[in-house]
Design a protein around this ligand. Structure first.
Ligand SMILES: Cc1cc2nc3c(=O)[nH]c(=O)nc-3n(C[C@H](O)[C@H](O)[C@H](O)COP(=O)(O)OP(=O)(O)OC[C@H]3O[C@@H](n4cnc5c(N)ncnc54)[C@H](O)[C@@H]3O)c2cc1C
Length: 1009
């Protein structure tokens, strides 16, 4: 008994030695042997919830230390650099540089002058700056990487709070893997430097913690002092190694371990050492009087796992957990059962275990290599012939997935404490949607990155752990399981065994969350794979093939302002086309109602003031009221709702709504011209942000996406040119030419929405890099900082006389504008592809808002033509407090002796408008639905159809409302005139109607002949 069950792949599968230029980079990595932040474990009793690190001097070498070495090498009087850095204190060049009040060039000029004055010799500060920021010097201390990993493994947060600066390329200097930190606060971004208490408070606020819940490490006394005076626990860092020891003492757990991923045996998990030692000595025939060393591995909560060292033998013992178990949840006893508790022992295979599946701290190419090695070993497991290795009876043949689903349900039922509707929905849905074709191979059953032991120097799997769920089954289950980490939010607390343990009662929330996630995956994300398939015939309405019954595809719902009857909760969110907000899933429905309340309480009442700002002399500056409302919307979670789940599956940047879900919210925002900006959901920023999410590099995202997502910056998109028919993007003439490390752009653009806004920091520019390339490979997209010299705004254009301040629509010349090469998106020649991607969801958002315009116009019209209510009459006579709801501002009318509502033609107009709105809404939702299920490409026809329909429908509905208002409808007392102007403009701005008609006709003819 005992050692027989050593499932070490080293003996089963000899991984081929990959030929990599790998070693050097990997060696760097093995210094952090306990790689991988495992955020899935408990806090280990510590009262602290975060550790905040300074950067220079704590995580990377301090500028002072780098300067000392550099001064020796360059024969500069010792201490010059440090003295010059401190010169002027708060207002010296260094501190102003840290607050981004001066550029790198400006700083180096002043700093160089200071150094030279002080040392009475010429000091090449550029060379010092290059060294300071070089990859060779600016490297994170391995001991800190290791500590951060351990801290996060215990579930604590980590942050960087650094006095930092922008490099000449406008990127901040941060030679750290941002993924290691929950929060990064940089002085140059915030405009505040340590020791200013505000920046510490900002960091704590972003961590969501009180001062006493965090520990702060810095190498500078004043910075440490300021933190301590706020009540933060502090460590003054003189040497990183010593600092880590101090940190260990404060946290109460070890940050450096002899055997990776182990800790002293937990009190409740102790095993009798003496009897174990005797058993192993007998079994292995060992003659020793030495001690048996016993440690416990961090992970493996489902079956506690121990490291044993006895007489130079390194072993691993795995045993059954204590407590009552669910049927077949921990099938360890089928292996070996001795010394009381069932257990087995195996050989210890030293190597690396990557606990955080996102592999923080590794280069992308290394991550790819690790994942490839993981997949390779999985293929090898699935290629084993069970018969040839005598495992034909290792499990039942066939129907593995249905059996798995039955087992999960059985286990869930056994631990169920109350009904969770989301789980019930999944339990009902899953068995009906299982794959029909199934293969049978050896399956691992729990295949994930942290069950693999990797070679310390190359991307090779040495051992596969945790085989107790292995059996004969469908290999897809291993594939699905190994992809799970990709879909779970990175902060998800996966405590293995939890759902099936005695603690299941407390995990109801987690279970509900997981079932919602699984549901989302099944009905939305799961269909992403279909996008890769050739879409043969869009008119076969592929979306319907995934439907259940027709009634479930069209759950009847309600919209407060429509005639559709109330939805039955039983029909809510069946994964079909959700045509009413009341049929949205509960969290999204709640979001919808929160938005509705926000619109009623804050947005509609602010409209008169916002409108008069737009007509005032101050109109080219943003209204302070808008900024105020943006903060309110952010605080209420009504922020960045636009990014489709498909583009942001981990909900890293947005609310993770599907296009259909967003359609309902976007329509609601569309009822006010100001709401989209207030909720950071307005064009052209939304399209630009989506472009950055989809195609931007991490550096581009950090530089541009983050400020846009935070609502601190705005952006524009420059494609249209006055001299060419721009509805055909291949006509664009602006040139993008390479010159040294820059691209130089020249061109004339117009109708560039938002370019006049003083907050506009980014212009997403489309031009031609190669006029001789094939037609659709000539264009490229560049990210142009708006403060680059050579951008000359000629004039604001007007739409029917409206300027649309402060963003406006500008005519602009780009004259020899130099843009760093790293600002190219995707690469030269990819512009057309990007523009298509950018305009997909963005264009349908306009349609969603147009439905909102139309609903509001119709509601205003109805209020106008009906006799006033008793309350309305009292308000008019001053007998009642005025109501600020927008509909109450409408004065109703009587003409020729009857209220307008009794005039037949007005009634016909209302009926016509209602019908047209409902038709267009269904088409918008349909397009959104096909985008969700089959992707933007497959939805091309639906998108073109709604773009053809929505602007002209809105124009007609708004026009009828204007007519019912009489001349007042044309004034700016009501939003109708502006709605009308926008609806008309959108018959161009989103591409002319004719182009959409041509697309629809082309697709129609293609598939009907
Ligand atoms: C309010 C507003 C905001 C805008 N914002 C931006 C912006 O931020 N950035 C930007 O780059 N652009 C912007 N535009 C410009 C907009 O994208 C263009 O106006 C649009 O693409 C049409 O290009 P064009 O004006 O050059 O018209 P043209 O291409 O010259 O077309 C003129 C007319 O020719 C006809 N036509 C064209 N193609 C066809 C066809 N295939 N079949 C039949 N007839 C056809 C149509 O009647 C069309 O209206 C905006 C426009 C407006 C009105």
């Amino acid at each position: 008994m005992g050692l027989g069950f050593t499932m070490c792949v080293r003996s089963c599968f000899q991984s081929s030695c990959l030929q990599w230029a790998w070693r050097t980079a990997f060696l760097k990595h093995i210094q952090r042997r306990h790689q991988g932040s495992h955020r899935w474990t408990h806090l280990g009793g510590s009262t602290y919830r975060a550790v905040i690190f300074d950067m220079g001097g704590v995580l990377i070498p301090s500028p002072g230390r780098v300067a000392a070495e550099w001064e020796v090498q360059n024969r500069i009087p010792s201490g010059t650099i440090l003295k010059a850095l401190m010169e002027g204190g708060e207002n010296g060049p260094w501190m102003r540089f840290m607050r981004a009040e001066i550029t790198a060039e400006g700083f180096l000029r002043e700093f160089g002058r200071l150094c030279s004055e002080m040392s009475k010799t010429s000091v090449p500060v550029d060379s010092f700056f290059s060294l300071l920021t070089s990859e060779r010097v600016a490297k994170q201390f391995p001991v800190m990487t290791e500590a951060i990993t351990q801290i996060r493994a215990k579930g604590l947060q980590t942050a960087v709070l650094s006095n930092n600066f922008y490099l000449p390329n406008q990127k901040s200097f941060l030679p750290l893997d941002r993924k290691q930190f929950d929060v990064v606060v940089e002085s140059c971004v915030e405009g505040i430097c340590k020791p200013d208490p505000r920046i510490y408070k900002l960091c704590l606020e972003r961590l969501g913690l009180q001062p006493s819940e965090s520990i702060f490490l810095d190498d500078l006394g004043p910075n440490v002092k300021a933190a301590a005076s706020l009540g933060i626990h502090t460590i003054k860092v003189n040497d990183p190694e010593t600092a880590v020891k101090e940190l260990e003492a404060l946290l109460g757990f070890t940050l450096r371990l002899g055997v990776p991923n182990t800790q002293p045996v937990r009190k409740t998990m102790e095993i009798p050492k003496d009897s174990l030692k005797k058993y192993l000595k007998d079994l292995l025939g060992i003659q020793t009087t030495g001690p048996l060393e016993l440690l416990q591995f961090d992970h493996g909560q489902s079956n506690p796992t121990y490291y044993i060292s006895l007489a130079n033998r390194d072993l691993v013992l795995r045993k059954k957990p204590p407590g009552t178990l669910l049927p077949s949840a921990h099938a360890i006893e089928r292996e070996f059962s001795v010394v009381g508790t069932p257990f087995y022992v195996m050989e210890y295979c030293p190597g690396l275990i990557y606990k955080d599946p996102s592999l923080p701290g590794l280069e992308p190419s290394h991550r790819r290599a690790i994942y490839t090695a993981m997949n390779t070993v999985l293929c090898k497991i699935h290629s084993v012939d069970p018969q040839a290795v005598g495992l034909e009876d290792y499990g039942k043949q066939g129907a593995y997935i249905p059996r798995q689903v039955r087992t999960w349900v059985k286990q869930y039922r056994a631990s169920e404490t109350s009904t969770i509707p989301a789980m019930e929905r999944l339990i009902e849905w899953l068995p009906l949607h299982l794959p029909h074709q199934q293969r049978t191979t050896l399956v691992h059953g729990d295949f994930r990155l942290d069950n693999l032991v990797f070679h310390p120097e190359k991307p090779e799997v040495l051992a596969v752990l945790d085989w107790e769920l292995s059996t004969l089954g469908d290999p897809l289950i291993d594939v699905a399981y190994s992809c799970l980490a990709h879909y779970l939010p990175s902060s998800f607390p996966v405590l293995r065994g939890q759902a099936s343990s005695a603690h299941a009662e407390q995990t109801g929330k987690l279970t509900e969350f997981v079932s919602n996630l699984a549901w989302d995956f099944a009905v939305k994300e799961g269909f992403r794979v279909f996008k890769e398939m050739p879409f043969k015939n869009p008119l076969t309405r592929s979306c319907h093939t995934w439907a259940r019954s027709q009634s479930q595809w069209y759950p009847i719902g309600t919209r407060s302002y429509s005639s559709v009857p109330e939805a039955s909760p039983a029909h809510a969110s069946r994964g079909g086309l959700v045509i009413s907000p009341e049929s949205l899933s509960p969290p999204v429905r709640e979001l919808y109602h929160r938005l509705k309340r926000f619109m009623e309480q804050h947005v509609y009442p602010a409209e008169p003031e916002l409108q008069s700002h737009q007509a005032s002399a101050a109109r080219w500056s943003p209204s302070p009221l808008i900024e105020d409302l943006k903060e309110k919307a952010k605080a209420e979670g009504l922020w960045n709702l636009f990014l489709p789940l498909e583009a942001d599956p981990e909900k890293k940047y947005g609310a993770g709504l599907t296009n259909v879900e967003y359609a309902h919210l976007c329509e609601l925002m569309g009822t006010s011209l100001y709401a989209p900006e207030i909720c950071n959901c307005s064009a052209p920023d939304t399209g630009n942000m989506e472009l950055l999410v989809r195609y931007g590099t991490e550096a581009q995202k950090a530089r541009w996406l983050m400020p846009l997502l935070e609502g601190k910056a705005r952006s524009c998109f420059a494609m249209t040119e006055p001299q060419v028919a721009s509805s055909d993007a291949t006509n664009i003439e602006a040139s993008i030419r390479e010159e040294d490390s820059f691209y130089v752009i020249n061109g004339h653009k117009w109708w560039i929405t938002g370019i006049l806004d003083p907050r506009c920091q980014l212009c997403v520019f489309m031009g031609k890099t190669d006029p001789h390339a094939p037609r659709h490979r000539q264009q490229s997209v560049l990210l142009v900082p708006m403060d680059t010299p050579g951008i000359k705004i000629i004039r604001p254009l007007t739409v029917y006389g409206l300027e649309d301040a402060p963003g406006g629509h500008g005519e602009v010349r780009f004259e020899h504008v130099h843009v760093p090469k790293e600002n190219m998106v995707l690469g030269p020649g990819r512009g057309f592809e990007i523009a298509q991607g950018r305009l997909g969801p963005g264009r349908i958002h306009h349609c969603m808002r147009l439905i909102g315009f139309s609903e509001r116009a119709l509601a205003l019209m109805k209020a106008r033509i009906q006799p006033p209510t008793a309350e309305g009459r009292e308000q008019e006579r001053g007998l009642r407090r005025p109501c600020f709801h927008w509909s109450c501002r409408v004065k109703s009318r009587v003409a020729f002796g009857k209220p307008l509502v009794e005039q037949g033609t007005v009634l016909a107009d209302i009926a016509q408008s209602r019908v047209e709105i409902e038709q267009a809404r269904l088409l918008v939702l349909r397009a959104a639905h096909v985008m969700d299920l089959a992707g933007n490409k497959a939805a091309a026809l639906d998108i073109a159809m709604i773009k053809m329909v929505a602007p002209s429908m809105a124009s007609r509905v708004i026009d009828r409302a204007i007519q019912a208002f009489g001349a007042a409808g044309l004034s700016s007392d009501y939003p109708l005139a502006q709605f009308f102007t926008w609806a008309r403009a959108l018959r161009f701005a989103d591409g002319p109607d004719e182009v959409h008609r041509a697309t629809v006709a082309k697709l129609e003819l293609k598939h009907r002949i």
